[in-house]
Design a protein around this ligand. Structure first.
Ligand code: SAH
Ligand code: SF4
Ligand code: F3S
Length: 460
């Protein structure tokens, strides 16, 4: 009987993609997907270490899985991804019933490792070197590039796909664990990316989102001329069948005019730019080692607004970073007020063992203050979201239909009209009624109402 697997994923889009790729490998190896954890005999948790909360969720999920395994001892439990790389053997100490610990740089081995476990070899751990565990080349080599060929059946949405163009990160922002758990920055060869996107297009994929921790520092130096992100976008733009291209996440310092010109000139590239600022205070940015000032961030934003007046710009912020004073926080509020981001993702600082900030600075902003600053900043952003969505009312937008909304999924069975969800090129969510068969179509939708998060309309 085929083994049934279930992958539970937390964390960022990198993890969502990794889970899809691991699922593809398992399908190829003869595994079958299980509809739920309870129906699975191989359960893989794809984990995140970016904040303590993400790790707590995994350890409590593991606690629940222990009860399940006590009743079904043959079950295989695996911990993969960023927390596997960070905590390594500690996971087996805390949860001795775990069978597999596998880091993000070793995911290509999951089927082989599961086979070893099935042969009763005991728990198996496969992780990459620490960043200080060797010279750059050997550390990079230990974070193997995970680029298996794609399996359409593993993709969560048939018309949309993520494609990684870079692995790892070399920025070492002082608060951030990602460079340690994802390894050194490595760009994929452009030719390989073009080939992957061409195959996805042949498979019916309309929208591709390119992924990298600092996606706009992409460079393929192997050929006669260095290929950067704008060059890559030109190549991908030529692929028949692809209708939309997006890329995340941008690093403010590398937002070149060439890149903005490519977004402006290439009709398939969405005018949507995620460029996290993290803070509006120079002192805080310095402590974070972000490598830019608020003035240069504002200058970059002004260039975006001048070259791409329709662009939606989004940002991330950390509140309550070590030593953040009320005045420094208010400078962040000011930046958010003036920048009119389409959206901001706001996080309370969470110290990460192994980072420079955890080593050098005190986590001295009390939790209650972090919480209050989070709410205050969110309120400013939410007001902007609401205001900036209103001009869409009465306008026709082009929407890629992603499928029935969560509410509609629960209720509907046949092909009657249901509530559908789609996305505009500037990454706004639109809902409207229509048959499910519209999924995967790109349609004009007339917007009749808007709140801060959603545009409501009808196909027109
Ligand atoms: N590579 C991306 C983001 C990586 S992590 C970038 O450079 O922007 C996603 C977001 O999590 C970050 O933008 C940051 O806002 C937040 N984050 C990272 N480390 C954090 C920490 N220790 N505490 C709270 N938020 C954190
Ligand atoms: Fe983390 Fe900074 Fe790298 Fe983003 S750029 S992943 S925040 S170290
Ligand atoms: Fe992503 Fe979390 Fe890893 S944000 S890169 S899954 S630490």
């Amino acid at each position: 009987m085929a083994k049934r697997f279930y992958i539970q994923t937390v964390g960022c889009q990198m993890n969502t993609l990794d889970s899809e790729l691991v699922a593809g490998d398992l399908l190829r190896a003869g595994y079958e997907p299980a509809g739920s954890i309870r129906q699975a005999d191989t359960i893989l948790l794809n984990t995140c270490s970016v904040r303590q909360h993400a790790e707590d969720k995994i350890y409590s999920a593991l606690g629940r899985l222990k009860e399940l395994k006590d009743r079904r001892p043959g079950m295989v439990i695996g911990v993969m991804g960023c927390m596997a790389q960070k905590d390594q053997g500690q996971i087996l100490q805390r949860a001795p019933y775990v069978d597999l610990v596998v880091g993000p740089g070793q995911l290509g081995q999951v089927p082989a490792l599961l086979a070893r476990i099935a042969a009763r070899a005991g728990p198996v751990m496969q992780v990459s070197l620490d960043r200080a565990g060797g010279n750059r080349a050997s550390v990079a080599a230990s974070f193997a590039k995970f680029t298996p060929s794609r399996v359409a059946g593993a993709r969560p949405a048939p018309h949309q796909a993520m494609v990684r163009i870079m692995f790892g990160c070399d920025k070492f922002c002082t608060y951030c664990i990602v460079p340690r758990v994802r390894g050194p920055e490595q760009s994929r060869p452009a030719e390989e990316i073009v080939e992957e996107v061409r195959r996805l297009a042949d498979d019916g994929c309309l929208e591709v989102t390119l992924l990298g921790q600092t996606v706009n520092s992409y460079q393929d130096k192997d050929g006669p001329a260095t290929i950067r992100l704008p060059d890559l976008l030109y190549r991908l733009h030529n692929i028949d069948g692809i209708r939309r291209l997006k890329f995340v996440t941008n690093y403010p310092k590398h937002m070149s005019d060439d890149l903005l010109a490519a977004v402006r000139d290439l009709s398939k590239v969405s005018p949507y730019l995620h460029v996290p600022a993290q803070s509006g205070s120079n002192a805080v940015l310095r402590r974070m080692k972000r490598g830019y000032t608020v003035e240069s961030y504002r200058e970059m934003l002004a260039r975006i607004r001048a070259m791409l007046p329709q662009a939606a710009v989004t940002s991330d912020f950390i509140v309550g970073f070590c030593g953040e004073t009320e005045d420094e926080f208010q400078q962040t509020v000011e930046l958010v007020r003036q920048s009119r981001f389409k959206n901001s993702f706001i996080f309370k600082y969470s110290p990460r063992p192994g980072t420079k900030a955890a080593e050098l600075y005190q986590d001295d902003v009390p939790e209650a203050v972090k919480r209050r600053r989070n709410h205050e900043l969110l309120a400013v952003q939410n007001a902007i979201c609401w205001e900036d969505n209103q001009p869409f009312v009465g306008r026709r937008v082009e929407v890629l239909v992603e499928g029935p909304s969560k509410v509609a999924k629960k209720r509907s069975a046949g092909d009657e009209s249901v509530q559908l969800v789609g996305r505009t090129t500037c990454d706004r969510i639109a809902v409207f009624d229509g048959p499910k068969t519209l999924t995967g179509r790109i349609l004009p939708v007339m917007i009749e109402k808007a709140d801060g998060f959603t545009l409501f309309g009808r196909v027109a």
